[in-house]
Write a protein that binds this ligand. Structure first.
Ligand code: F6P
Length: 328
C-alpha cells in the first residue's frame, strides 16, 4: 500500500481534524502517502485533491470544522457520478480511501465499494452519535458540552423571568444528544423521538410539575430539552402552544449549528486519534468496506452496510433513571 485518499463528508464534527492528523501520521509510519479530497464526495467526483504532507496536519487536532471542508452530496445517489468518483480513485493511483462522516456518508462509501476493489474504510464522525458499531462518534462529546454550556446560560434567564424554555438540540432522528444533555442540565423534561410523547402529555407533565413543585416552593424555571425533529412544527410552535395552554410565558431557544463548532474536547480528540489510526492499520491489514469503531473499550470493525441499522439504543440505565426518578 503506497497511497490513500481521505475525505470528510456530511455534517462536520469537532474532532474530524484530529482524525485527519492521526490518519496521515499513522500512514507515514507505514510509508504511505496521503491526499485529501475537498468538500466531501464532491471532491472525489470532481477530482479536487490536495496534498496532505505531515506538515499540513500538524497541530490541527483542536480545530473545529475540517481542513478538508465538508458537504452533503446528493450526486452520490446517481450511478454516473459514482462512476466518476471511481475514475478519480483510479487516476490518483489510490490503494485505499478513508471516509470520515456519518450514516449517509457510509451508505455512499458502501455503494462505491460495490464498484471497485480499492478498499474503503469509514471513521464515524458526527455529533449525532447515531452510528451502530461504535459506542461514541467523533464530535458527540464536544457538541454535548457546547449545548450544556448554552443551557446553563438559558437557565439563568429562565430563573430570572420564571419562564418555561424549550431548548431544541440537534441529533437528526436520534435522541442521544437530547437525553445526555437533558440529564446533565437537570432539565425538567426531555423530549426525543424514542420517547413518543404526545403534545398533550407535555402539557400534563408541566402542569403537574407546577402544581406539585413550583406552587409550593415559589415560582422557578422549567426547561424542556427537545431533540430536533421530534415534533413536525418544531420548538417555536410547541412554545406557543404551552404559553396558551398553561398561561406561563414559554420561549423556544433553538441551539442549531453552534453545536457543530468549537474546539474538540479531549474525549473527541483521543477517540478520533484512535479510530483514525485503527482505520489505517486495518487498511494495511487488508480490511475493506468496514468502519473503525470502539465498543466497550475495544477497537472493532463493522461492515459499512451495518452501521446505519438503528440498533444503537440510548443508554437504558440513563433513560430509566430520567423517566422514573429524575423527572418526578
Ligand atoms: O448530522 C449532523 C447534523 O448536525 C444533524 O444533527 C442535523 O440534523 C443536520 O446535521 C443538519 O444538517 P445541515 O447542516 O445540512 O443543515
Amino acid at each position: 500500500m503506497k497511497k490513500i485518499g481521505i475525505l470528510t463528508s456530511g455534517g462536520d464534527a469537532p474532532g474530524m481534524n484530529a482524525a485527519i492528523h492521526s490518519i496521515v501520521t499513522t500512514a507515514s509510519v507505514h510509508n504511505i502517502e496521503c491526499i485529501g479530497f475537498e468538500r466531501g464526495y464532491n471532491g472525489l467526483i470532481d477530482n479536487a485533491t490536495c496534498a496532505l504532507p505531515l506538515a499540513k496536519v500538524k497541530h490541527i487536532s483542536h480545530l473545529g470544522g475540517t481542513i478538508l471542508k465538508s458537504a452533503r452530496c446528493p450526486k452520490m445517489l446517481e450511478d454516473r457520478y459514482r462512476q466518476q468518483a471511481i475514475t478519480s480513485l483510479n487516476s490518483n493511483s489510490l490503494d485505499g480511501l478513508i471516509v470520515i462522516g456519518g450514516d449517509g456518508s457510509f451508505q455512499g462509501a458502501h455503494l462505491l465499494s460495490l464498484l471497485t476493489d480499492i478498499p474503503i474504510i469509514g471513521v464515524p464522525g458526527t455529533i449525532d452519535n447515531d452510528i451502530d458499531g461504535s459506542d461514541f462518534t467523533i464530535g458527540f462529546d464536544t457538541a454535548a458540552n457546547t449545548a450544556l454550556d448554552a443551557i446553563d446560560k438559558v437557565r439563568d434567564t429562565a430563573d430570572a423571568f420564571e419562564r418555561i424554555f424549550i431548548v431544541e438540540v440537534m441529533g437528526r432522528h436520534s435522541g442521544q444528544l437530547a437525553v445526555n444533555i437533558g440529564v446533565a442540565a437537570e432539565a425538567e423534561q426531555i423530549l426525543c423521538p424514542e420517547m413518543n410523547i404526545e403534545p398533550h402529555q407535555i402539557v400534563q407533565t408541566v402542569t403537574a410539575h407546577i402544581n406539585a413543585y413550583l406552587k409550593v416552593n415559589g415560582h422557578a424555571s422549567y426547561i424542556i430539552v427537545a431533540a430536533e425533529k421530534t415534533y413536525p412544527d418544531g420548538a417555536s410552535a410547541l412554545a406557543e402552544m404551552l404559553t396558551k395552554q398553561i398561561g406561563i410565558d414559554c420561549r423556544a431557544c433553538v441551539l442549531g449549528h453552534l453545536q457543530r463548532g468549537g474546539m474538540a474536547s479531549c474525549a473527541d480528540r483521543t477517540l478520533a486519534t484512535k479510530l483514525g489510526a485503527f482505520a489505517v492499520d486495518s487498511l494495511v491489514n487488508g480490511a475493506k468496506s468496514v468502519m473503525s469503531g470502539e465498543v466497550n473499550n475495544q477497537l472493532v470493525l463493522t461492515k459499512l452496510v451495518d452501521t446505519g441499522l438503528g440498533k444503537k439504543k440510548i443508554d437504558p440505565y440513563l433513560l430509566d433513571l430520567y423517566k422514573n426518578k429524575l423527572s418526578l
